[in-house]
Ligand binder design. Structure first.
Ligand code: HEC
Ligand code: HEC
Length: 537
């Protein structure tokens, strides 16, 4: 990688377009390379030899890169990557006004779904905090101030949750895996289906890659069955009991008990002092069934999932640019986009090698050696390391590998990385450019002192070694890149074009935040405040 690698390196346009390490057959590449002047739809087809000969005979030549200009080059990239700028296209997603999404919103905000009565989904996924919690490692049950969200949220023992909370925004757009380690996995992985393709969904309730018949309709619904079984997130340490039989670790007891509490029946009868949930479920599902039939963890998970899937925030400046408005993004952002989508062999930064497509993720797992810290996730002899995808697959190259995050709305979803190691976009981007040295040089004192960093340096070193081993083995990793400060700024400016203005506008987000006009079925709705005591919602 030359030090001044950049967009004006004089390489032919089409060799840039080849970027992204696409495993296209060679003959296709060659054809593609020779036909830069063809209209794009034709490039996607096999071109008969006689036509090529004709084209050459007629003097078809590539236009020089300079002539195309930034917009021309980007429009070529957009066409050859088949981008629309809008990953919601072609998907079946609910509106927030949908009665089931409305019920899901109430459930998402109630502390009644935690075994301790002090933690709700919204505790770690607040719309005004980018659909996350704006702190490196999440804090669930037993927080010092349960209603305080964002910076300043503390737990007497430090965060016990091992990872950073990803955003729930656009969660209906995952088609393959959810969670940093992909432990919720669509077995069909059909594009645009969010796991709802009939092949089944694997969850931690079943052995690896076996379908979980209780998973529900889609990946998001399947995911929402798990936070309530996590002791540190919502369940608490003495609520319900495992019924695992050694082969499976299905953990329905806490789920069933919570459903009974919400439904006011069986062991849950009378637990909530106020309970108007049945009427809400009956209205949402348009049913007059009784609580035991209507309020199960299945219907709870479905409603929560529909609420999250209604969080569609894709109206970005980048989308407007892709749609044809050359003025939608700045010149710097355009240079950043060119770097982003161009392979490193062609002088680009190859970001789209992993952050691919309109959702900016390949939904695959890669080792980036983001500095390790925190309580850890059952990894290593002390259980305080986090081996990421390896915990699922046992594949050596998956050790310390985490799922490629989406970059839509990344401006508001920090801190960044699976444990929130980086506070700024510039920080996480610079990490990518030289991960091994950046990881080792990481300054742990920037973290809240309550975050566990006891073995962090050792574990980070191991992650660095794994990254190097993967590079040697030819596994797709980030490569060291010497970018100028201007190029880094260009990349960051491009990332900022991936923000839907709605996610920065409380008035626009209001439909996803219950206000006083919406009945609170149990009086346990979490009313979030910031560290200064001001109301978030
Ligand atoms: C204590 C904080 C906390 C609470 C409470 C919590 N979550 Fe999360 N959530 C997280 C963390 C941390 C992760 C990442 C965990 C991992 O990948 O291993 C996560 C992951 C997710 C994801 C996966 C996103 C993705 O990109 O794959 C979704 C969706 C989600 N949570 C929804 C919910 C719902 C629904 C609830 C309530 C039933 C909930 N969360 C409760 C912290 C929390
Ligand atoms: C080899 C695959 C790969 C390439 C290439 C790559 N990334 Fe990433 N990126 C990832 C993975 C994996 C993570 C999460 C790693 C972790 O947390 O351990 C990530 C994290 C990020 C994040 C943080 C997002 C969040 O929500 O935490 C940003 C921003 C980002 N990448 C931008 C870029 C940019 C810009 C480039 C090009 C310079 C790039 N990436 C190249 C795989 C890649």
């Amino acid at each position: 990688m030359p030090a001044k690698a950049g967009i004006h390196s004089g390489k032919s346009m089409d060799s840039r377009l080849r970027g992204n390490d696409n495993p296209l057959p060679i003959y296709f590449l060659n054809v593609h390379q020779e036909i830069g002047c063809l209209p794009t739809p034709m490039k996607k087809q096999f071109i008969p030899l006689f036509m090529l000969l004709f084209l050459f005979a007629s003097g078809c030549q590539e236009k020089p890169t300079a002539e195309l200009g930034l917009d021309g080059q980007l429009r070529e990239i957009i066409a050859s990557n088949g981008l629309t700028g809008d990953p919601s296209q072609g998907r079946d997603l609910p509106e927030i006004t949908d009665p089931i999404a409305q019920l899901g919103m109430n459930l998402f905000y109630t502390k009644a779904l935690s075994g301790t009565g002090d933690s709700a989904c919204v505790t770690c996924h607040h719309p005004l905090l980018g659909g996350g919690d704006a702190i490196p490692l999440s804090i669930g049950v037993d927080a010092d101030q349960p209603e305080l969200l964002g910076p300043g949220r503390t737990h007497p023992e430090g965060p016990l949750v091992p990872r950073n909370a990803p955003t729930t925004f656009n969660s209906g757009m995952w088609d393959e895996v959810m969670f940093w380690d992909g432990r919720i996995e669509s077995l069909g992985k059909t594009p645009l289906m969010n796991g709802d393709d009939g092949y089944g969904i694997h969850t931690p309730d079943r052995m690896f890659r076996y379908p979980d018949l209780e998973a529900g309709a889609n990946l998001v619904e399947a995911q929402s069955r798990f936070p309530v079984t996590s002791e540190e997130e919502m369940r608490g340490f003495d609520f319900g009991m495992d019924t695992g039989n050694g082969l499976e670790v299905r953990d329905d007891r806490s789920r069933n008990l919570l459903a009974a509490i919400i439904g006011n029946y069986g062991d849950g009868a009378g637990v909530l002092a106020k309970n108007d949930w049945l009427a809400q479920f009956q209205a949402a599902f348009n049913s007059d069934a009784g609580a035991e039939d209507l309020i199960t963890y299945q219907t709870i998970a479905h409603a929560i999932g529909e609420y999250e899937r209604s969080q569609v925030f894709v109206e970005t400046p980048w989308k407007a640019y892709v749609a044809g408005n050359d003025d939608a993004i700045s010149e710097s952002a355009k240079r950043g986009a060119l770097l982003f989508f161009t392979s490193s062999a062609d002088g680009g930064a190859n970001c789209s090698g992993c952050h691919s497509g309109d959702f900016f993720t390949d939904e695959q797992f890669h080792v980036l050696a983001i500095p390790q810290f925190g309580a850890g996730k059952d990894s290593g002899i002390y259980g305080d390391d986090d081996w990421g995808r390896y915990l699922e697959t046992g594949e050596p190259t998956d050790k310390y590998a985490f799922r490629t995050p989406t970059l839509l709305n990344v401006e508001v979803t920090g801190p960044y990385g699976h444990d929130g190691a980086y506070q700024t976009l510039e920080g996480i981007v610079r990490h990518h450019l030289n991960p091994t040295e950046t990881a080792v040089a990481y300054d742990y004192s920037q973290l809240d002192p309550s975050i566990r960093t006891v073995s962090s340096v050792d574990y980070t070193q191991k992650a660095v070694e794994q990254l190097q081993a993967n590079r040697t083995a030819g596994v797709l990793t980030v490569m060291d890149l010497a970018l100028t400060d201007e190029q880094v700024a260009d990349l960051v400016n491009f990332l900022l074009t991936l923000t839907d203005p709605c996610v920065k506008d409380p008035a626009c987000l209001a439909p996803w935040i219950p206000d006083e006009s919406l009945p609170d079925p149990d009086g346990l709705r979490l009313i979030a405040v910031d560290a200064a005591g001001n109301r978030l919602n």
